[in-house]
Structures are given as structure tokens and as C-alpha cells.
Design a protein around this ligand. Structure first.
Ligand SMILES: C[S@@+](CC[C@H](N)C(=O)[O-])C[C@H]1O[C@@H](n2cnc3c(N)ncnc32)[C@H](O)[C@@H]1O
Length: 330
């Protein structure tokens, strides 16, 4: 029997998962080809409607089968097939917890219709009531805290909405961009899903591993991973990505350092909170709140020096600063 643990396996996910024995995954994240004519190494993204829906049923069935009874199943899908995925999920007895809209910046330009700037992420659980949901790992500062200074605000922040607009698509100029794959998911988006729906040591499966985003982030976050892709080149390249992700995230600073996980989580909180670096620098109370939230997320008993946090953000907030400089000058 195929061993999936901490492996990226080359092959057809339906065939491979059929051979797997008992349920082994605590979390499945699936980002299949959307049937919109993308160019992949070993897959033609242009099937007849019935064929694509039948295939979707097959891989969703296998993923649901190998998911543990308390497991969670996230599926990223385009607008054309989101309704079908929802119905298949219902037929498989899965519980839909959220229908998430990922609204991304850098949408694709069009000439005769509005530009497409979102994808759907359907979040299912196998059991209606028993599943992992680490709310503390995804809470963000609320408007009550940030805008209204309202004493009734929950000091832990709020759980984010089901419209996710804080994660940009991975553009060609981004450091995390793997030039050899046509469509990567953002690492911070995967980090949110992995943080909330799994615990350290859990196994996270991605049946359409692609550039290996899910596996690389899961590994960085202390989870076990399993990935499958039909392209041997993607498999080999993503193994290399996983081997180097820790090193690429570690941040050395004048005042100390942040390890890879701390850096990833700081980037995620900075993106998710929507707070700008300048505001953090100008307002010590805001910085204190931000550091408190970060400490809660890290959950490692450590305290974080605001000066170090500011220095780290300054290092990765280049794009943010740059876009603000442009708008300031208009
Ligand atoms: C949308 S991409 C996934 C991208 C991935 N989420 C990432 O961040 O890089 C879909 C992937 O599915 C793979 N694929 C297509 N058919 C497959 C199959 N039957 N079994 C496994 N992988 C398949 C393609 O090679 C492609 O890399």
C-alpha cells in the first residue's frame, strides 16, 4: 500500500486514494483544475461538462472516504462548478460549514464582462458537530477594537468573515512565486486554513498538490503532509520547495530574529488585520494590541518586542509601502 505520510506522490489522485486503506487525513485541501483551459504539464483543463462533473464526484468521493470522522474538507473551485461541488458534497453526507468567497486583488482583466476577481472555497466537515476549529489561531482585531475604541470589544478579537479579501493572488514578482507552475495558492491563505482546521502533528492531504503550497505550509506549521500530483516535474520541484521553505521564511533582524513559523504567522496577521505599518509605528496602543494578537496566535509562551515586530514587518511590507507611496503621490 502507498505510504502518503510526508510524501508528494506522483499519480492520479483517484487511483491512488482508492488503494489507500483506512481514513488517514485530518484535513483535506483540494484545488482541482477549474476546467477553464489552463495549461498544465500533464493535464488538459478542458473537459466536457458531464465528464468534469463525473470526475469531480470521483475524486471528492475518495477524499471524503480517506478523511477521518472528525476531519475537515476545503475545496477551492471556480464559479462555473461551485454549485455542483456543493451538491456533490451534500450527496456524500458532508456538512457545509462555510461557503467562502476568496476575493483577490490582481483579478484577471476582461474586455466584454466584469473582471473575474474571486474564487469559491467550500468548507465541509465530515461530522456535523465534532471537528477542529481553532478560533484563537485566526481571530483578527475587530472594528470595535480598531475604530471605535469600544470597551465591549472582545479582547481576543473577532473571527474573520466568510469573504476573504486579504490574500492577493500570487503575482510573478512575489518571493513565494514558483515560476514552474501556472496557478499557485497564496501561502498565507493555506496557513489560515491549516491553523484553524488542524493541530500540530495532524495530517494534511492535498490531492492536487501542484506547486506544493499546502504541503510546504503544513510542514512549516508542524503538521504532517501528503500531496499527490499527476505531473512528475511538479512533484520533483515541490519536493525541493518543501525542503527549502523553512530557510526562506526565517527572518534575521538587527534586534534578533524570527523563526520560519513566526515569520509566516506575522505575515498572515499583518495581511489579515488590514492594519498598515505606519499606523502601527504611529500608535503605540495599536502596536500593543497587534503584538498581543500575535502572541495569542503563536501560543508558545513567548512575548514579542514591538520594535522587533516593526522591523520584521518593514522587511516584508515592501509592496504595501510601495502602493501607498504611489497613491500618496497621485
Ligand atoms: C489548480 S492546480 C493546484 C495548485 C496548487 N493548489 C498550488 O498551490 O500550487 C491543479 C493541479 O492538479 C494536478 N492534477 C490534474 N489532474 C490530476 C489528477 N487526476 N490527480 C492528481 N493531480 C492532478 C495538475 O497537474 C495541477 O498541478
Amino acid at each position: 500500500m502507498q505510504n502518503f505520510e510526508n510524501q508528494i506522490v506522483c499519480g492520479d489522485c483517484v487511483e491512488l486514494l482508492k488503494q489507500a486503506g483506512d481514513p488517514f487525513a485530518d484535513l483535506v485541501f483540494a484545488d482541482p483544475p477549474f476546467n477553464i483551459g489552463y495549461t498544465y504539464d500533464r493535464y488538459k483543463d478542458d473537459l466536457e461538462y458531464e465528464h468534469y462533473v463525473q470526475w469531480t464526484k470521483e475524486w471528492m468521493t475518495e477524499c471524503a472516504r480517506i478523511l477521518k470522522p472528525t476531519g475537515s474538507f476545503y475545496i477551492a473551485i471556480g464559479a462555473n462548478y461551485a454549485a455542483e461541488v456543493r451538491m456533490i458534497g451534500r450527496d456524500l453526507g458532508l456538512t457545509l460549514r462555510n461557503w467562502i468567497i476568496w476575493h483577490y486583488t490582481f483579478g484577471q482583466q476582461t474586455k466584454m464582462k466584469f473582471a473575474r476577481a474571486h474564487a469559491h472555497i467550500l468548507y465541509f466537515t465530515k461530522h456535523a458537530k465534532e471537528f477542529t476549529f481553532n478560533d484563537w489561531a485566526v481571530r483578527v482585531p475587530s472594528d470595535r477594537q480598531l475604530l471605535y475604541n469600544d470597551k465591549r470589544a472582545n479582547p481576543l478579537g473577532k473571527i474573520p468573515d466568510d469573504v476573504w479579501d486579504c490574500f492577493s493572488r500570487v503575482c510573478g514578482t512575489f518571493g513565494e512565486r514558483q515560476g514552474w507552475h501556472p496557478c499557485q495558492m497564496p501561502e498565507t491563505l493555506l496557513a489560515r486554513i491549516i491553523a484553524v482546521s488542524s493541530n500540530p502533528g495532524d495530517l494534511v492531504l492535498d490531492p492536487f498538490s501542484g506547486s506544493g503550497t499546502t504541503a510546504a505550509v503544513a510542514n512549516l506549521m508542524g503538521r504532517r503532509y501528503a500531496g499527490i500530483d499527476i505531473s512528475e516535474d511538479y512533484v520533483v520541484n515541490s519536493q525541493q520547495r518543501i525542503a527549502t521553505i523553512h530557510e526562506s521564511y526565517r527572518t534575521d533582524l538587527d534586534g534578533g530574529s524570527l523563526d520560519a513559523l513566526e515569520t509566516l504567522e506575522l505575515r498572515r496577521l499583518y495581511a489579515e488585520s488590514g492594519v498598515k505599518l505606519q499606523a502601527l509605528l504611529d500608535k503605540p496602543k495599536l502596536m500593543k494590541l497587534f503584538c498581543k494578537q500575535f502572541t495569542a496566535r503563536m501560543n508558545n509562551g513567548k512575548g514579542y518586542d514591538p520594535a522587533l515586530i516593526a522591523e520584521a514587518i518593514r522587511k516584508f511590507a515592501y509592496f504595501d509601502l510601495q502602493s501607498r507611496m504611489v497613491s500618496d503621490s497621485v
